[in-house]
Write a protein that binds this ligand. Structure first.
Ligand code: UDP
Ligand code: MN
Length: 350
């Protein structure tokens, strides 16, 4: 099936982690369809290469630079930035039918049967079930529809400021005309619903096909400890995903995605921490004059990687990082490591 594809989207390296997990989960469950990711220029070159190892196509889209009706719409409605990028999925006319999936979704089983559905098929939104949730939908690429959507966006905007409001107004007969276009909720099970209707989750949740981590905190914002193979609980949002689903996301991340990120230099190897720490301890212990060089070397030789837990740090924006700094919570082993600070100072001095 080369003319049908699963399509996702990322505008930065953080969401790209989600895309990589989604793509890996689709492959693990033996999809026969193509995998496509739309990406914007904010994505780093290394991450683009990492995406290419899992996706058949990485398509760069730049609404700001397109000079077409998408650009004109953006000038008029600057709040629609990511939304307009998502609309690009209709322009993939090399495919006859596609399934769009948010970067924060995870596939638990083969869902190729979705391609038997017609545009626009989607599952109800848990917050307002007369609207569909735009995290998973079946659609048919068409330049005509793409331009109609852009025109619609520039004239009407979106009632929620995002793609879901826009698409629900455009495909406004979804709620009433054809029940086959209502995907079962199991194709877009949001973590919120588990808490809001627990008995239903207990009765039907075992058949979930796609989990959607919708909301502000995404799986990649958590800290994962590979030593204990668990997601760290401190600071965890209690309304967030069922912990088992979050754990599943991280299992796919560590088994299939982390090696790809390491290969492309996108995560620090745990041995880097060891080197940084041992250098620091060595310098301090030796320079204070209390220890003989030989003693320190002897002690250091007993250190092994196992003494340091190689923690996969959550992805935080520079804004959040600044806030944490100001609250005295520097990330000493990661982004704010001595090495990184020294490098920054060196660039200033130069
Ligand atoms: N997205 C993105 N960059 C952003 C925000 C969103 O690439 O800064 C894409 C990504 O594919 C994401 C989708 O748009 O999954 C919808 O956003 P999100 O999942 O955050 O919304 P929610 O499902 O939580 O309402
Ligand atoms: Mn989402």
């Amino acid at each position: 099936m080369t003319d049908q594809a699963f399509v996702t989207l990322t505008t930065n390296d953080a969401y790209a982690r989600g895309c990589l997990v989604l793509g890996s989960s689709l492959r693990q469950h033996g999809t026969t369809r193509k995998l496509v990711v739309l990406a914007t220029p904010q994505l780093s070159e290394a991450m683009r290469k990492a995406l290419e190892t899992i996706f058949d196509e990485v398509i760069m889209v730049d609404v700001l630079d397109s000079g077409d009706s998408a650009h004109l719409t953006l000038m008029k409605r600057p709040e629609l930035g990511v939304t307009l990028t998502k609309l690009h999925c209709w322009s993939l006319t090399q495919y006859s039918k596609c399934v769009f999936m948010d970067a924060d979704t995870l596939v638990l089983t083969n869902i190729d049967d979705l391609f038997e559905r017609e545009e626009l098929s989607a599952a109800p939104d848990p917050g307002w079930p007369d609207c569909f949730n735009s995290g998973v939908f079946v659609y048919q690429p068409s330049m005509d529809t793409y331009h109609q959507l852009l025109h619609f966006a520039s004239e009407r905007g979106s009632f929620d400021g995002g793609d879901q409001g826009l698409l629900n107004t455009f495909f406004s007969n979804w709620a009433t005309t054809d029940i086959r276009k209502h995907l079962p909720f199991l194709y877009n099970l949001s973590s919120i619903s588990i808490y809001s209707y627990l008995p239903a989750f207990k009765a039907f949740g075992a058949n979930a096909k796609v989990v959607h981590f919708l909301g502000r905190i995404k799986p990649w914002n958590y800290t994962y400890d590979p030593k204990t193979k668990s997601v760290r609980s401190e600071g965890q949002d209690p309304t967030m995903a069922h912990p088992e689903f979050l754990q599943l996301w991280w299992n796919v991340f560590t088994s299939s995605v982390l090696p790809v990120l390491q290969q492309h230099g996108l995560v620090q190897d745990p041995s880097t921490y060891l080197t940084v720490l041992s250098d620091l301890v060595y310098t301090l212990a030796f320079s204070c004059g209390f220890c003989r060089k030989e003693d320190v070397s002897g002690a250091m030789s007993h250190l092994s990687l196992g003494d340091f837990s190689a923690v996969v740090q959550p992805f935080v924006s520079s804004e959040e990082r600044k806030e944490r700094w100001e609250q005295g919570q520097a990330d000493y082993l990661g982004e704010d490591s001595f090495d990184n600070i020294k490098r920054k100072l060196d660039t200033y001095l130069q």
